[in-house]
Design a protein around this ligand. Structure first.
Ligand code: HEC
Length: 298
C-alpha cells in the first residue's frame, strides 16, 4: 500500500531549496538582477535554518538520526548500485544520505560566502561593516567555487535519483512531490507535526522577506557615494573619484577607445554614460541601452 514517507514540510523545503538555488544561479551574472540573486540567497539560508531544526524534531524519515551512515556504508552502497544488488530504502539510502549532507553543507557555505561577498563588494547586508572592499574579490572567487561544487553535487544527486528510480522501478522524484511510497503501514511516517513545521517555514520565509525588504530600502546602502567612499583605503586620500577602487573596478571593462571617443572625452564626463548623474543616480540599469552596448559590457 501507499504510505507517507516524506512529510509535507520536508517536501516543501526540498523544492523551495531547489528553486532558490536555480534562481540564484541564473540571476548571478546580471548586475541588474542582484536584488533577485540576493533574495534567493537569503531564502536559501532561511530554509537551511529550518531544515536543521526539522532534522531533529521532524518526521521519521526527515530526522538526521534516520539517515546517518558511515562513509564506508555510503561508498559500499554506491558499489552495490552499480552491481545491481543495492537494497531499496524507504528513506534516504546510505549514498543518498551523503548527498544530502554534502548538499546541505555546500548550500550553507555558498550562502554564507555570498553574504561576505555582498558585504565586501556592495557594502550591503548584515556583514557590511566588517568586510573591506579590497577582500571582496577573493571572497567572490570562494563563493563561485562553492557554488560550482554545489552544482556538481546537484547533478550527481539527480543522476543518483534517476539510477535508483530505474533500478527499483519506482519514481523517486514523484515520491518527493506526493510524499508517498509503497510500503507496510508500520513503516509510515506520521504527519503529526506538519502544521507547526509549516508555521515555522512560513515564519522563516516572512523573516527573510522582511529583512530583505528593510535592507533593500536602506538608502545609505543604495547610494553610489557610500559605495565609493567605503572602497577607499583610510590611509589614502584620492583627489579624484576616478582613482577610487570602487570606481576603477566598475569601469575596468570599458575599452580605452570608448574613453577617447568624442562623446566621452574624459573620465570625469559622467553624464556621457550615466544619463541621470546629476540626480546622483549611477545604477547600471539607468545607463541607456545604446550606451551600454557601445561600451560593450554585455
Ligand atoms: C564611458 C561611459 C561611462 C562613464 C564616462 C562613466 N561611467 Fe560609471 N559606469 C559605466 C558603466 C557601463 C557602468 C556599469 C558597470 C556594470 O555593469 O556593473 C558604470 C557603473 C558605475 C557605478 C556603479 C553603479 C552600480 O550600482 O553598479 C558608479 C557608482 C559609477 N559608474 C559612477 C561614475 C562616475 C561618478 C562617473 C564620472 C566620474 C562615471 N561613472 C563615468 C559607464 C561609465
Amino acid at each position: 500500500m501507499k504510505i507517507l514517507v516524506w512529510d509535507l514540510p520536508t517536501r516543501l523545503f526540498h523544492w523551495l531549496l531547489a528553486a532558490s538555488f536555480a534562481v540564484a544561479y541564473l540571476s548571478a551574472e546580471e548586475a541588474n538582477w542582484l536584488a533577485v540573486h540576493v533574495f534567493a540567497g537569503y531564502l536559501m539560508l532561511g530554509l537551511l535554518g529550518f531544515r536543521l531544526v526539522w532534522g531533529f524534531v521532524g518526521g521519521r524519515y526527515a530526522r538526521f538520526s534516520s539517515f546517518h551512515f558511515s562513509l564506508r556504508e555510503g561508498l559500499g552502497y554506491l558499489k552495490q548500485v552499480f552491481a545491481g544488488t543495492a537494497q531499496r530504502h524507504l528513506g534516504h539510502n546510505p549514498a543518498g544520505s551523503w548527498a544530502v549532507y554534502l548538499l546541505l553543507g555546500l548550500a550553507l557555505l555558498a550562502g554564507l560566502s555570498g553574504l561576505v561577498t555582498l558585504a565586501g563588494q556592495e557594502g550591503q547586508g548584515p556583514l557590511a561593516e566588517w568586510v573591506p572592499y579590497g577582500s571582496a574579490k577573493a571572497f567572490k572567487e570562494v563563493h563561485e567555487a562553492l557554488v560550482n561544487a554545489m552544482l556538481a553535487m546537484v547533478i550527481l544527486h539527480l543522476a543518483g535519483v534517476a539510477l535508483e528510480s530505474w533500478r527499483h522501478r519506482e519514481n523517486l522524484a514523484r515520491a518527493m512531490l506526493t510524499g508517498s511510497k509503497e510500503g507496510t503501514p508500520e513503516a509510515a511516517a506520521s504527519a503529526k507535526r506538519s502544521f507547526s513545521a509549516l508555521l515555522l517555514l512560513a515564519a522563516v520565509a516572512a523573516g527573510g522577506l522582511w529583512y530583505f525588504g528593510s535592507a533593500a530600502v536602506a538608502a545609505r546602502e543604495q547610494a553610489a557615494g557610500y559605495k565609493i567612499m567605503r572602497s577607499i583605503d583610510p590611509r589614502e586620500t584620492p583627489l579624484r573619484i576616478t582613482e577610487t577602487p570602487y570606481w576603477k573596478g566598475k569601469h575596468r571593462p570599458i575599452a580605452a577607445s570608448v574613453w577617447r571617443s568624442a562623446k566621452v572625452g574624459t573620465r570625469a564626463n559622467c553624464v556621457a554614460c550615466h544619463q541621470n548623474a546629476e540626480q546622483g543616480i549611477f545604477v547600471a540599469s539607468a545607463i541607456p541601452r545604446e550606451v551600454a552596448a557601445r561600451v560593450s559590457l554585455r
